[in-house]
Design a protein around this ligand. Sequence first.
Ligand code: SDX
Length: 392
Amino acid sequence: MTFCEYRPGLEGIPATQSSISFVDGQRGILEYRGIGIEELALNSTFLETSYLLIWGNLPSKEELAEFEHEIRYHRRLKYRIRDMMKCFPESGHPMDALQACAAALGLFYSRRALDDPDYIRNAVVRLLAKIPTMVAAFQLMRKGNDPVQPRDDLDYAANFLYMLNEQEPDPLAAHIFDICLTLHAEHTINASTFSAMVTASTLTDPYGVIASAVGTLAGPLHGGANEEVIFMLEEIGSIDKVEAYLDKCMQNKSKIMGFGHRVYKVKDPRATILQELAEQLFEKFGGDEYYEIAVALEKAVEERLGQKGIYPNVDFYSGLVYRKLGIPTDLFTPVFAIARTAGWLAHWKEQLAENRIFRPTQIYTGSRNAPYVPIEKRQSAQDQELLGLVSG
Ligand code: SDX
């Protein structure tokens, strides 16, 4: 079979078959294992949703209880991981810290038994359990404090907020944070998931798979956009400056952070839910100065770019929710990673079930049969350019 059309960014090219999630980008539909995201946000929890994504079915009461119990048991970090983290510079980005810690887990759990269901289960549990602890620990350590130990009496979301803020969260705040995790858990074959799948296809260990996905999520065109949105709202500063900001973006052809999506040509259904969650939080805990700017920006972008299908994506309103929950701006993307670990693990498991190493082709555009020029006869690239021998 030959397929010669080159599409930058592999737009529209199926790279796998998957039964994990479904997106209809024209109608704004997202389903995990066939269940609508709105229904999961309303009725499920992040851990139940993770089970659904990874094992393909909603767990029974007993199965869920056992899964939650295992995760509670594995939340603690080995002291050597904590010691390693102490050596990280405080000024380093928490996504880099998380990537290093995820990869380091592979040093401790080095047995690689990809055909053993117990190994798969343990890896799933360890990663879901330890990643939030790593994110919270780095936050405290960079402030010069000892990390807070996880609390077994708190559920997944509440425990993370407790470890981060050193106090038990308000129940509504914890509930809303859990919904945020569910919303971010999975999204078909996005860049970081693709990265996880490519890494998985080499049959490396799951810690390397998750580390490579974390590295991919970090960029501002992907998960890193949630923190960029806050910087953008900061820069805009007030509602009356929204139009001028957009004029500048259009003039410079720069992207408006938190807008646009390869698949969605309407408002991302997760952005709609996140906006509602932000409003619930503002009602209980007071508003956010940036919210009005965000709403005005959404309206102005829709007027200018709606016909091109540019609408808010998942990263647009999430930061406003996280700010209200007391999460520092540079932890927004690590929080995305905590949630997306579920989806990455589901794709890791699916990839292993029917694995073939990813090895696409390329369209070569370089020269052929070029002579090897001895070093003493070579000219610098600048000289060659001046002589018109190479194009700049
Ligand atoms: C996530 O894939 C996933 O599922 C990802 C994700 C997940 O859950 O995993 O949903 C999470 O990554 C959300 C996206 C976060 N990123 C941003 O918010 C950064 C800003 N957005 C864009 O850079 C962009 O929209 C992307 C990266 C999200 C999508 O890029 P594409 O599909 O390659 O689109 P493109 O850059 O080629 O743009 C197509 C057109 C261009 O106009 P034309 O040249 O055709 O005239 O749309 C315009 C773009 O200029 N456009 C934008 C825009 N996004 C697209 N114009 C202004 N602002 C934007 N944000």
